[in-house]
Design a protein around this ligand. Structure first.
Ligand SMILES: [Zn+2]
Length: 289
């Protein structure tokens, strides 16, 4: 049975999806479901998709990945994007190479980002030296492939959607898709500025016809979760667009937006105003957030 997003769970949970794919659910506390990671075990190599945030979180992922791979170390860390909650645990997989889009590589090279991530690592109680700022070792522009032996991971860079560098991944042999943070399942999404690419990413995921979708945050689900996320974003775009067109300012729109079907989702209190400002910006309205 799928855990409910609000069921507190301080530890990473390892949930097998198949003999070769295991999903590691991020810890859950308060309204927050921290980032997921996945273990994909091929005949010749093991990949971890996303690296969570702290070595505490990734330690059990590494142990399980090594166990499932018959003692073999993790060969690849595959990124859905470069937000800190998906990359800062990379150090745990110190022998692995990081694969990601050129956009993710650029984010992680950015001096301001590196400073910010070092600060986050320090606040999390990590010795900044041991967090060793993650970088992309193998970058691709549009699409990239990771061969694991009998299993393939195919990545498609969809550009700035939720983050500056969203990439969706697909394993055709297992028919499992990874959305990164283009899907928040059971929690309100963190929306910034580009819904067009976000929708394009959801289209890409749906076109693969997956039997399972692993979201960036929240429990894995069937492909219906893609439609659910799309409906929320469409509703948001419609409501925000209508209010702005009727003459409301961005902050009036923040105050008036209803999103009745979604405002009780976990994190909505914090993220709905952010989402409204992001959508307003993407529609060409003013100050943004
Ligand atoms: Zn995230």
């Amino acid at each position: 049975m799928q855990p409910h997003p609000l069921d507190a769970q301080p530890d990473v949970r390892l949930v097998p999806l198949s003999p070769r794919v295991t999903v590691a659910y991020g810890p859950v506390g308060g309204e927050r479901w921290q980032a997921n990671a996945s273990i994909v075990v091929g005949d010749r190599a093991t990949a971890v998709i996303d690296a969570m945030m702290t070595p505490d979180q990734t330690a059990p992922v590494r142990s399980e990945a090594e166990r499932l791979g018959g003692g073999r170390p993790v060969r690849w860390v595959v990124l859905t994007h470069a937000d800190p909650d998906h990359v800062l645990g990379r150090i745990t997989f110190d022998g692995a190479a990081v694969v990601g889009s050129a956009r993710s590589a650029a984010v992680l090279r950015d001096h301001t980002v590196r400073e910010a991530y070092t600060g986050i690592a320090a606040r999390l109680g990590g010795d900044p030296a041991t967090f060793a700022m993650p970088q992309v070792d193998v970058a691709f522009e549009e699409g990239g492939t990771v061969e694991l032996g009998g299993l393939t991971l195919e990545g498609v860079s969809v550009g700035p959607g939720h983050s500056a560098s969203d990439t969706v991944w697909w394993c055709p042999q297992e028919r499992v898709a990874w959305s990164g943070d283009l899907v928040f399942h059971g929690v309100f999404p963190l929306v910034r500025t580009n819904l067009e690419n976000w929708f394009a990413g959801l289209d890409r995921l749906a076109a693969w016809d997956p039997r399972a979708v692993v979201p960036g945050h929240g429990p894995m689900a069937g492909p219906g979760v893609l439609d659910d996320q799309r409906r929320l974003l469409e509703e948001l775009a419609t409501e925000v667009g209508d209010l702005l067109k009727a003459g409301a300012t961005v902050e009036e729109t923040v105050a008036r937006v209803r999103m009745d079907a979604y405002r009780d989702l976990p994190m909505a209190g914090e993220r709905l105003p952010v989402a409204v400002r992001g959508v307003a910006l993407s529609l060409g309205y003013g100050e943004g957030a």
